[in-house]
Design a protein around this ligand. Structure first.
Ligand code: BG6
Length: 489
């Protein structure tokens, strides 16, 4: 056990056998075990419908780790210890009596309780109510919930109300897994630990900002869920707006939940509404058609398994956003995200303003602007693009655009970068909310997104098709070209 290991607690995973638990939560908890970050006495409790006993769950957890954790990131000793921590309670979440079983299992003690609701949001309310009936919701109990927190502002308010009836805001940890990514956190370090950037972080110095979250995958067997959401709800409402808030917020006075969340919220409130009047100049919706992914032929969105005919759900969206405040006046933030793009790539590109006058025009007529590129994934790192002189004795100075490339891999010699869920689970155990989303952030983000959805409904335009394996419809290029800019490829 490490010195900085959080104190012991009981973590209950509701929906312990579901996809999120299997792919993300159990593997993340296991990595914490390996790193000595689970206290000796910490207990893990799976809760799900299946009729299993404590002995079964150990074997299931073992097989989950073998399936989802690469061999190089697991070892027999820690795995055995991890499986031993698990207990199980079979529950029908709608049955009040079943919460008594859970209560008995947890026992009558003052141990810190953490509930992870890895279930559809439609069950949040009844689980919270069930826990409250057996007095399991009192402080310092903590509850973790995940997206989708609603389908729009109204439904998100209902979810937040329902959970809020049983837990105070300080007990609620709303996960946006992007906030647990190493490189997203590095945004805070870059901005607030380096005067080079913090002194040049506004409309005086910055021309525009691009945020791209491209994925090579399609809808991966979850057509039904996805079709109901679309890329705007699935990626922009949460992940992209969180990244945007961290880039655009004012310096918080402290590195704590209240200071950071207050500043992020101000950014969301200052987003200029997109309406039916301007949505055609500010947004592009696309849907992938058949094409290629990793050199293999893949079907279009409407030909995927389970697809309904004529769906007009977008699998790609590009937006131009403005933040109406002093710092960002006139600086466009271009957001772009889509499925079936040529590669997985999430990055932020900050393009600085060009030099006002070029004394090198004879050898370099066009001085390209400096760019700060933050590669969130894969190949995490930071690049600064700048102009340098090419060494040599020529009469005229020869210049070249060059890149200062700081790859995390090379610089920090880290074999493995922790998954977002490892950090987030650890922060919940420490009781630190700064990487979790406040209710008001969720609701203000929805308010802005609802405006875009309403505008799309009025303009009633179908999404533009793009071939799988391309960077989206041509209109996304035009979105920037009309401002004399282009996407950073
Ligand atoms: C999820 C979305 O929240 O984020 C998925 O529901 C998407 O559609 C995923 O694929 C992307 O996450 P990451 O960490 O791979 O960028």
């Amino acid at each position: 056990m490490r010195k900085d290991c959080p104190s012991c607690c009981d973590i209950v995973l509701f929906g312990a056998l579901g996809d999120l638990s299997r792919r993300k939560l159990i593997p993340a908890l296991y990595q914490l075990e390996r790193m000595g970050l689970l206290a000796d006495e910490t207990r893990l409790l799976g809760a799900a419908r299946e009729q299993l006993c404590d002995a079964d769950i150990g074997a299931i957890v073992n097989s989950i780790i073998e399936e989802f954790v690469p061999a190089a990131a697991r070892d027999t000793v820690s795995l055995e210890q991890f499986c031993k921590r698990f207990q199980y309670v079979a529950m029908d979440f709608s049955q009040t009596g079943d919460y008594q079983l859970l209560q008995q299992k947890l026992g009558d003690n003052n141990r810190q309780k953490i509930y992870y609701l890895a279930t559809p949001p439609s069950l949040f309310s009844e689980i919270c109510e069930g826990l409250s009936r057996v007095d399991l919701t009192d402080e310092p109990a903590r509850v973790i919930i995940e997206k989708p927190i609603g389908h729009d502002l109204t439904s998100s308010q209902v979810i937040n109300e329902n959970v809020g009836r049983f837990f105070n805001e300080t007990q609620i940890y709303r996960i946006d897994h992007y906030l647990g990514k190493e490189t997203v956190l590095n945004l805070l370090a870059l901005r607030f630990a380096n005067s080079l950037f913090s002194n040049n972080w506004d409309h005086h110095a910055i021309d525009h900002i691009q945020i791209t979250a491209a994925e090579q995958v399609g809808v991966e067997g979850r057509w039904g869920y996805y079709d109901d959401a679309g890329q705007l709800r699935d990626m922009v409402q949460n992940h992209l707006l969180q990244v945007l808030s961290l880039i655009a917020m004012e310096p918080p006075s402290r590195l704590d939940a209240e200071s950071i969340r207050d500043e992020k919220l101000k950014v969301l409130k200052a987003l200029r509404p997109i309406t039916a009047g301007n949505s055609q100049q500010m947004t592009v919706r696309g849907q992938y058609d058949k094409g290629f992914a990793a050199d293999k032929k893949v079907p279009g969105y409407l030909d995927e398994e389970g697809a309904k005919e004529n769906s007009s759900t977008e699998t790609f969206v590009a937006l131009k956003a403005y933040i109406d405040n002093w710092r960002w006046s006139g600086v466009p933030f271009y957001l772009r995200t889509g499925k079936r793009m040529p590669q997985k790539r999430t990055e932020v590109v900050i393009t600085f303003k060009k030099q006002p006058h070029n004394i090198f025009h004879e050898t370099l007529p066009d001085l390209s602007p400096n760019k700060l590129v933050i590669r969130l994934q894969p190949d995490e790192g930071v690049e600064v693009e700048m102009i340098n002189k090419i060494p040599g004795l020529g009469k005229r100075m020869q210049l070249k655009a060059t890149t200062l490339d700081l790859s995390f891999d090379q610089t920090f010699k880290k074999k493995r970068i922790a998954d977002a869920y490892e950090r987030l689970l650890l922060e919940v155990m420490h009781g630190n909310q700064y990487l979790f989303v406040h209710r008001l952030e969720v609701e203000h983000a929805w308010q802005w997104i609802d405006g875009i959805l309403a505008a799309w409904e009025v303009t009633d335009e179908s999404p533009k098709l793009y071939p799988a394996g391309s960077w989206g419809p041509l209109a996304a290029v035009t979105l920037l070209a009309q401002d004399g800019r282009e996407w950073d490829e």
